[in-house]
Design a protein around this ligand. Structure first.
Ligand SMILES: [Zn+2]
Length: 145
């Protein structure tokens, strides 16, 4: 095994993640190569230093803040903003609103389909009158008047 390959496997070897046959070539190389062995020793020393470092104490009130944050209801994320009217959950109120909408719709539908009253009927002109009017407009347009 070359030093380059051994060095690339040294971290996983140190952590015991090379199993069975995969660890054998590394072990045999380390037995013959002082440079790679020294690198392995340095890795062990570095691991000891890292594990010896104590984490700084958390700031005052940290634990309470974490517990308070965990008790807070999570915000739900959605691309479509949700709008649910309060009465949606109250069937009786929802039915009253629905009935009001239906009654209002029926009222306006009847109002708009009612027959025209007399004054409106007076504004209507007959087909003959309309044709005469069109003829007058065309005469004016072509300068015959
Ligand atoms: Zn080597």
């Amino acid at each position: 095994m070359e030093c380059k390959k051994c060095l690339s496997l040294l971290g996983v070897f140190k952590d015991g993640e090379l199993i069975g046959d995969a660890a054998s070539p590394v072990k045999s190389h380390l037995g013959t190569c002082p440079a790679c062995s020294a690198e392995l020793e340095a890795l062990y020393a570095l691991s000891e230093i890292i594990t010896s470092i104590k984490a700084p104490p958390p700031p005052d009130g940290f634990e309470d803040n974490v517990i308070r944050a965990m008790r807070k209801p999570a915000r739900q994320f959605s691309f479509i903003p949700s709008f649910t009217p309060a009465f949606f959950y109250r069937p009786a109120m929802a039915m009253a609103v629905l009935a009001l909408v239906v009654v209002t719709g029926v009222f306006y539908a009847r109002k708009n389909t009612a027959p025209p009253d007399e004054s409106y009927a007076q504004l209507l002109i007959s087909d003959a009158e309309l044709r005469e009017f069109d003829s007058d407009i065309l005469d004016i347009f072509y300068g015959e008047i």
